[in-house]
Design a protein around this ligand. Structure first.
Ligand code: KG4
Ligand code: ZN
Length: 414
């Protein structure tokens, strides 16, 4: 109790002295969990004062994937410069910071270490508290920075490393309802796009797989040309699986290449149709699992407005988001996602998460820097997977949306 009180007192005194210099609480966010070096500076209202992102994507696409030691080298080479640029953009000096949020879990351990060490260095030098941040919790709360989304809400986290359904009760209370048994959807898009060799098309040279698939699907003539499985159709839970879709894609591509005599530096003729079918299959799977999670959690909303938040890199996908919004509307639930620049990894979401944590409980701030470590793997929230399976909810599937903007040919397949 004594320790808690001194911690809070220390923080109150500390903020009081700092707010004289900066008008609002200023929180730095440092993200290095994968291949983006992102640093941002926010005030407590969520105004972005500085935001700098250095993506390593161009480097990694040359090698067909992320090589962890190279990612670490690139973070190391860039992090000080990214920090300098962020502070310049915000026109603040480091001693005006009130706290430093940093991603400590989950992610590539070598990459996480660079951010954590840099955060500790700044914290020591300027006597600032650290706020350790869970990368997926940061994705989950990001939409609240720009939109008024009250707790609780259901959240679908879809990225290159994760696929999770969580019920979010507060900034620090998460209930895990479902997760992927194998690949993540972004990972499947990246691997399939690479196998299709979409990177040979100049426009897609440096795009990520999901973005390229979404764009290529827009010119589909017959999205039903290729068949895709519906994963876990018999499992009455909220888990995901994308390995079946991925392996089936590889088989279909190989068969089409043989049939068409595609050269090693060529692309199958009907790749637009392939991408549209793939997108529809991934979206259908995400919809079905989210529908069950909605039915499971409806009683938990009580009289509060029902909200579904979609976040993570794959939330950039308009096709998928619009399908999910259509599903949510069926349950009198509103769908949200962060603005596109904040769906993928960035420093803003880390700073915002630190602010949310501080607002909920100032004890999240750590002065024991040496005890703040990184974790490559980290669970998210309280595990409710068994409860969901036991409920065994049978759903009458909501049909996919006919939202505006879908090419007429794609609607045929829906
Ligand atoms: O959240 P994020 O930036 O990094 C991780 O934490 O994984 O997500 C990156 C993933 C990549 O796999 C990428 O293919 C996917 O997000 N992605 C998309 C789109 N934009 C990015 N997937 C589908 N459609 C998109 N428009
Ligand atoms: Zn992410």
């Amino acid at each position: 109790m004594f320790i808690l009180t001194t911690k809070v007192t220390r923080f109150i005194k500390y903020v009081a002295s700092n707010t004289a210099k900066a008008r609002h609480l200023s929180v730095l966010g440092i993200e290095t969990s994968c291949d983006d070096t992102g640093i941002a500076l926010l005030n407590q209202n969520g105004e972005v004062l500085g935001n700098v992102l250095n993506s390593q994507q161009k480097f990694h696409t040359r090698y067909g994937g992320i090589i962890p030691p190279r990612a670490q080298d690139l973070h190391r080479a860039k992090i000080a410069e990214v920090f300098e640029r962020c502070m310049q953009e915000a026109q603040l000096t480091p001693n005006m910071l009130d706290a430093i949020g940093v991603t400590t879990r989950p992610g590539l351990p070598l990459s996480l270490l660079v951010g954590a060490r840099f955060a500790k260095h700044i914290a020591r030098k300027y006597n600032k508290p650290l706020v350790p941040v869970h990368h997926m919790e940061a994705h989950a709360l990001q939409a609240r920075m720009e939109q008024n989304i009250p707790f609780p809400f259901l959240c679908l986290l879809i990225s290159g490393g994760h696929s999770q359904l969580v019920f979010v009760r507060s900034a620090t209370q998460f209930l895990l309802l479902g997760e992927t048994l194998d690949d993540a959807p972004g990972e499947a898009f990246d691997k399939i796009a690479r196998r299709l060799r979409l990177f040979l098309i100049p426009k897609y040279r440096y795009w990520n797989g999901g973005q390229a698939v979404e764009d290529a699907a827009k010119d589909a003539k017959n999205p039903a040309r290729f068949e895709f499985p519906l994963p876990l159709a018999r499992e009455r839970n909220c888990n995901f699986s994308f390995a079946g879709i991925k392996n089936n894609s590889f088989r279909n591509i190989r068969a089409a290449e043989r049939q068409e005599g595609t050269p090693p530096d060529g692309i199958i003729y009907h790749y637009h149709d392939f991408c549209a079918g793939l997108l529809a299959a991934v979206s259908r799977h995400l919809m079905n699992r989210t529908q069950r999670a909605l039915e499971f959690t409806l009683p938990w909303f009580g009289d509060s407005p029902r909200s579904l938040v979609v976040s993570g890199g794959v939330a950039n996908n308009d096709y998928i988001f619009n399908d999910l919004a259509h599903l949510a509307a069926h349950y009198d639930c509103r769908a949200y996602r962060p603005s596109k620049k904040y769906c993928s990894d960035n420093g803003v979401m880390i700073a915002w998460n630190a602010i949310e944590q501080i607002k909920e409980n100032a004890n999240c701030m750590r002065w024991d820097y040496d005890a703040v470590g990184v974790q490559g793997k980290a669970t998210l929230g309280v595990n409710m997977l068994d409860a969901v399976t036991q409920a065994g909810i049978k759903c009458k599937w909501v049909q996919a949306s006919k939202w505006r903007g879908v090419p007429a040919t794609l609607k045929v397949a829906l």
